[in-house]
Design a protein around this ligand. Structure first.
Ligand code: AMP
Length: 429
């Protein structure tokens, strides 16, 4: 038996309506904020991710699906989509066509992490990128879009966390301050954090290990070292969020796992999904376009995990989707005994023809393909939540009539086959 790869998941028909509902909400929301969809390939040259996300990050150092293709090119399944969007922005000269590009995407991402609830190896993200402006209004707009979507899904247990990482010089300077602070405590840190001390010192703040947390409690904070521009931009973000009534907390330890961030970073966390609680994260990346070889262009964006969001919806029972239903189920009435084969074949064609007439009228319609008994067809009609059943066959049919039954209230009426208008308006009710 061949099984699905560890950390991947089938989204079955019984579950897909929640996905479609979310996707529809996403498209409507992005349209509302005037973002345009961009679809980039799901694999790219490995160097793109190494250069943008950062060699020392968890994603690049241990989570990417990287392989050589038949022409020995190193290829990676995208672990996130900012890099791909920025690559496309540069390659397709989108900045030359429009001074501000507001883009969104929805798609699969791949990371070889240890699977658990809310953490998969193939998962789905939606996200947005705005390229071409340094305005902190856009930073706040990103938070607003994400918040709007989560609120519209009925989620309640949300915390918006924001921080600023400042400009790179400030951050480099601060890293030295942090290094000085940790120098004589280094040996007490966990092994992972000792490693991070050398490679990615800011990420020690992410450690969940108690000894690390105790030490980091007294650490100097980057937010106290910000340059004036970063500080005033951060004020704008705070004022905007307050003005549009989005509750938030400033979390000076929010450093995020990717190297490309500058100034504003944020996360929205849910209290309803256990340890994998970050539903979405993002921030500003004013230097990334230039680092990837494009003309210097500021950018800001976010990405959100769709599995995790749907898990939060499930745990909060926040989505009450109407059951799928069909307008009409056609029931073939005559018996299915051998000698009736001819009659049945004729009736089958009548049923198929009526079905096609209904479908032309946009009525969702189904019938039996398995030569089942009337009783079994009726069971099917109920299983599909049919609003009406139409019986085709029997004496009524010989008299040129169809028996139409409203399954909600049990009402039945006979309608002449040739009076299709009447039939149609009854079924459309
Ligand atoms: P990141 O790109 O790491 O900032 O992640 C953004 C969002 O994607 C997170 O907040 C999660 O909701 C989601 N996410 C990241 N990694 C995974 C994963 N392995 N499985 C499911 N969702 C993920």
């Amino acid at each position: 038996m061949i099984k699905a790869i560890t950390g991947t998941k089938d989204i079955l028909p019984s579950d897909v309506s929640r996905w479609q509902y979310l996707e529809k909400l996403l498209r409507e929301t992005f349209q509302l904020f005037n973002y345009k969809e961009i679809r980039t390939p799901i694999f790219e040259e490995t160097g793109l991710f190494a250069r943008s996300i950062g060699e020392e990050t968890d994603i690049v150092s241990k989570e990417m699906y990287t392989f050589k293709d038949r022409s020995e090119t190193s290829i990676t399944l995208r672990p996130e989509n900012t890099a791909g969007v920025v690559r496309s922005f540069i390659e397709q000269s989108l900045g030359a066509q429009q001074s501000l590009n507001k883009l969104y995407y929805i798609g699969s991402m791949f990371r070889q992490e240890r699977p658990q609830a809310g953490r998969l190896r193939q998962f789905h993200q939606f996200g947005a990128e705005a390229l071409g402006s340094t305005s902190p209004l856009l930073d706040a707009e990103m938070i607003q879009i994400a918040f709007h979507i989560l609120k519209n899904l009925g989620l309640k247990n949300l915390v918006v966390k924001i921080n600023s990482l400042g400009i790179p010089e400030v951050r480099e300077n601060y890293k030295n301050v942090l290094r000085d602070f940790l120098m004589d405590k280094k040996d007490k840190l966990s092994e992972e954090s000792r490693k991070r001390f050398e490679t990615n010192i800011l990420r020690i703040f992410d450690s969940k290990i108690e000894v690390d947390q105790t030490i980091m409690k007294d650490a100097p904070l980057l937010i106290d070292y910000l340059d004036t521009q970063s500080k005033s931009d951060f004020d704008v973000v705070e004022n905007y969020l307050t003005r549009v009534s989005i509750p938030f907390e400033v979390d000076p330890t929010l450093v995020r796992g990717l190297d490309y961030y500058t100034k504003t970073t944020f996360e929205i966390v849910s209290g309803s999904v256990g340890s994998q609680s970050a539903l979405c994260g993002g921030g500003r990346y004013d230097l990334l376009v230039e680092e990837l070889g494009g003309k210097a262009t500021p950018g800001v964006g976010f990405a959100a995990g769709m599995e995790r969001i749907l898990l939060a919806c499930e745990n909060e029972k926040s989505l009450n989707l109407p059951a799928d239903l069909i307008d009409v189920y056609l029931i073939r009435v005559d018996s299915n005994s051998e000698e009736q084969l001819d009659v049945n074949l004729k009736l089958d064609l009548e049923v198929a023809n009526l079905a096609s007439m209904f479908r032309r009228e946009n009525l969702i319609c189904e019938y039996d393909y398995l030569n089942r008994s009337v009783k079994a067809q009726m069971r099917e009609a109920n299983k599909y939540n049919a609003k009406f059943v139409v019986f085709v066959g029997g004496d009524e049919f010989k008299n040129g009539e169809l028996n139409v039954k409203n399954l909600a209230n049990g009402d039945q009426q006979l309608i002449k086959i040739e009076d299709f208008e009447k039939l149609k308006s009854l079924l459309k009710n």
